[in-house]
Design a binder for this molecule. Structure first.
Ligand code: HEC
Length: 507
């Protein structure tokens, strides 16, 4: 006897999956370029959704959950994924819409911290380029005593353009001098980063507030400089960003009981840690590198881990081996994606005993099969700070182990979190996106602007000739364009002040 699976419907099975796992980014004013806040939204995006689920691209969580689960894990279970795919394959039946769950409500809010001890803010910066921009802003530390940072809340000034915002401390005056030498606020990362520095936090949209156990914190001494490092995604030229970060310090804990947290790139990309360097990836090659470092001098309580590569990165796997030869899996990112890098937090602080070694394997793909390859034709790529150079680093956030650390429930600490706070968005400023890209039959342009300015858009082929723009449909701040008549190749869509690249793939 075989049981016939019932076809899933929007109202009974699917709506809650979308609202729980997708809407936090896919709602008006958040980072995703379109909404998944209704049955209609889900139907419009059904085909691409099936694709991103099959490829494990959404929700974005590049770490393999079978290798290591994390406290801040946001993924669909296999059952949920299959339900959505079955629903799409069966023609997206709506069920009983009147009985469907209601979409979540996202109110723009201010800070979610109960107290703020220090706000570190960039000087408002007007984006100079329509391509990716990497900018470092220097803020002299105004405090005259040592503090330990327990919480960091990032308020992105332009949530749709700020792709990463990291907080570092520079103990030298290098960055400060670089800033002085540049007439605009901050300086460009092509002149190099801070020299004697460590990281406090790495944030990306959806990342929420970084929180550590009570009484634990990252040390900041007087006389240092805060550095806010921001990666601006494409399409933001002319917009002004005013990102800031709210810090909460360890208080009410006697100095000698404070648990100092270290945030360090324990694995880095030169000898002796990089065992098969130098980090050079010849054009048209896929190349594998290894790192090893040890033995640890003390027991560690490892809180979080954050591997870092650039555009040619393909995979990054990290593990420890303890003195008895037992392997401790730390993280595996089988499909590296530069757009989604974050600190992954362990469910409980993970004990790594003194005497252990840390190992890694990283693969880089400098062929044209890598869609993120910035060079066509490929060129030889070397180690460096620019996004088109490569890096091979892994950050570790840890403290010296104390008995009982493995009982601390990091999920509980993280889940204090409420929905992502959204800074006030300037809807008169125009930023915009094109999706899908590459495209075959149609693309959707989404602008951050509520006012209808969509008719200013025009389409150009790579040789600069204007092409007919076939508008299918305009709704709110979205416009759907038919591109099925265009030959495969590279095009540009312009809104009069900025333009974005559109790739039409061969059909
Ligand atoms: C953490 C934020 C976030 C979450 C959660 C999220 N998305 Fe996305 N999604 C994005 C962003 C940003 C994009 C734009 C493309 C990009 O930058 O990767 C996107 C793009 C997409 C696309 C278009 C991909 C393409 O290239 O055509 C689809 C489809 C999609 N998301 C579906 C979903 C579904 C379904 C879920 C829930 C199961 C989900 N997303 C959860 C942020 C998110």
């Amino acid at each position: 006897m075989s049981s016939i699976a019932q076809t899933p419907t929007w109202s009974d099975d699917i709506a809650e999956i979308y609202y729980k796992n997708c809407s936090s980014c896919h709602h008006d004013g958040s980072i995703a370029p379109f909404e998944l806040m209704s049955y209609t939204d889900a139907v419009v995006w059904a085909e691409s959704t099936k694709h991103v689920l099959e490829e494990n691209e959404m929700p974005p969580w590049p770490a393999d959950p079978d290798y290591r689960e994390f406290a801040n894990q946001k993924i669909l279970s296999d059952t949920e994924k299959q339900l959505v795919i079955d629903w799409i394959d069966n023609g997206t039946p709506e069920g009983n819409l009147a009985a469907a769950p209601l979409p979540p409500v996202f109110e723009p809010t201010g800070s979610l911290l109960d107290t703020i001890d220090l706000t570190v803010a960039i000087e408002p910066y007007t984006l100079q380029s329509n391509l990716d921009e990497y900018r470092w802003f220097v803020i002299p530390n105004p405090l005259n005593e040592t503090v330990y940072v327990n919480k960091v809340e990032v308020m992105a000034g332009l949530p749709e353009v700020v792709h990463h915002a990291d907080l570092n401390v520079d103990l030298s005056t290098n960055s400060y001098n670089n800033d002085l030498a540049d007439p605009l606020p901050g300086f460009n990362n092509s002149v190099g980063g801070p020299s004697v520095s460590y990281q406090i936090n790495a944030w990306q949209p959806g990342g929420g507030i970084a929180r550590y156990p009570q009484g634990w914190g990252i040390r900041v001494d007087p006389g240092s400089y805060f550095i806010i490092e921001i990666h601006y995604g494409p399409g933001g030229i002319g917009l002004t960003d005013s990102t800031f970060m709210n810090l909460q310090f360890v208080k009410d804990t006697p100095e000698n009981e404070i648990r100092e947290i270290v945030n360090q790139w324990y694995l880095y990309d030169s000898a002796p840690v990089l065992t098969d360097g130098p980090l050079e990836i010849p054009a048209y090659e896929v190349k594998t590198f290894h790192q090893q470092r040890g033995p640890l001098a003390t027991d560690w309580s490892l809180i979080s881990i954050c591997p870092h590569m650039h555009l040619l990165g393909k995979s990054y796997k990290v593990w420890a081996v303890d003195p008895d030869g037992n392997e401790i899996p730390l993280i595996d990112i089988p499909q590296w994606d530069i757009h989604w890098q974050k600190f992954y937090t362990y469910i409980n602080p993970l004990k790594i005993p003194a005497g252990s070694w840390i190992y890694s394997e990283g693969v880089y793909d400098n062929t044209l099969l890598n869609h993120d390859n910035p060079n066509n034709p490929p060129v030889d790529v070397y180690r460096g700070l620019r996004t088109t150079d490569e890096m091979f680093l892994c950050y570790f956030i840890y403290s010296e182990y104390e008995e009982g650390d493995e009982l601390i429930d990091m999920t509980e600490i993280i889940e204090l979190q409420e929905p992502e706070p959204v800074n006030v968005i300037d809807y008169n400023a125009l930023s915009w996106t094109i999706l899908p890209n590459p495209a075959t039959d149609w693309v959707q342009i989404t602008t951050s602007n509520k006012i209808n300015v969509l008719e200013n858009f025009s389409l150009f082929s790579a040789d600069g000739r204007k092409q007919t723009l076939l508008i299918d449909e305009i709704y709110n701040n979205k416009m759907r364009i038919n591109v099925s008549h265009l030959d495969a190749g590279i095009y540009f869509i312009s809104n009069g002040t900025s333009s974005l690249r559109l790739v039409i793939s061969s059909r």
